[in-house]
Design a protein around this ligand. Structure first.
Ligand SMILES: NC(=O)c1ccc[n+]([C@@H]2O[C@H](COP(=O)([O-])OP(=O)(O)OC[C@H]3O[C@@H](n4cnc5c(N)ncnc54)[C@H](O)[C@@H]3O)[C@@H](O)[C@H]2O)c1
Length: 166
């Protein structure tokens, strides 16, 4: 079934440290009125949805809930933070195999639901996973954005400000 995009709906896949922080930040931003959270561990997504919902009265109006892939079809943006984290002695490239395997279970589920919004990739190694997401989804490149460069820009700005004492 084809649904139209709801410009005020966001989805977050992966509700670990990064996904939960992302969801909390989105709630505070007031940019969206609906947000669905997905995780391989449904209870984790459900717990975060309930926890973050309790902060809504301080920020505005937003429906936040745990869901499945059918719930994100009409979202305008899906933020993917799901994935394994880097372990001690593990390189970023070691992470590729684990996280590409995870992406193979996630991205095709989004693509086959005729999702028409933006995919924002956060899991690491972010540039490689962004490329994998383009390939696995078949979406045009302009609809698959990696968060890597924005973080690197922020880090450079911070390092420069420390160095220059500003
Ligand atoms: N791009 C960036 O700027 C940036 C910054 C920090 C962290 N990261 C990356 O973000 C990712 C998440 O980090 P974290 O600290 O939140 O990890 P985390 O382990 O706390 O959370 C990962 C979550 O992904 C879920 N998950 C795993 N497989 C899944 C699947 N198939 N479907 C749905 N959910 C699934 C897990 O259940 C878990 O809740 C890592 O890859 C990390 O390196 C990126």
């Amino acid at each position: 079934m084809i649904k139209t995009i709801n410009p005020r709906k966001a989805a977050v896949i992966g509700c670990g440290f990064v996904g939960a922080a992302t969801a909390f930040t989105l709630m505070q931003s007031r940019l969206f009125t609906e947000m669905v959270l997905l995780d391989a561990n449904y209870d984790k997504a459900d717990g975060e949805a309930k926890d973050i919902s309790h902060g809504v009265p301080f920020a505005g109006q937003m429906k936040i809930y745990a869901g499945g892939y059918d719930d994100l079809m009409d979202a305008s943006i899906v933020i993917v933070t799901a994935g394994a984290n880097q372990k001690p002695n593990e390189t970023r490239l070691d992470l590729v195999h684990k996280n590409v395997a995870i992406y193979k279970s996630i991205i095709p589920e989004i693509a086959k639901r005729n999702f028409k919004g933006i995919l924002l990739i956060v899991s690491n190694p972010v540039d490689i996973l962004t490329y994998a997401a383009v390939k696995l989804s078949g979406f045009p490149e302009k609809r698959v954005i990696g968060s890597g460069t924005v973080l690197d820009t922020a880090r450079l700005k911070y390092a420069l400000s420390k160095h220059l004492g500003t």
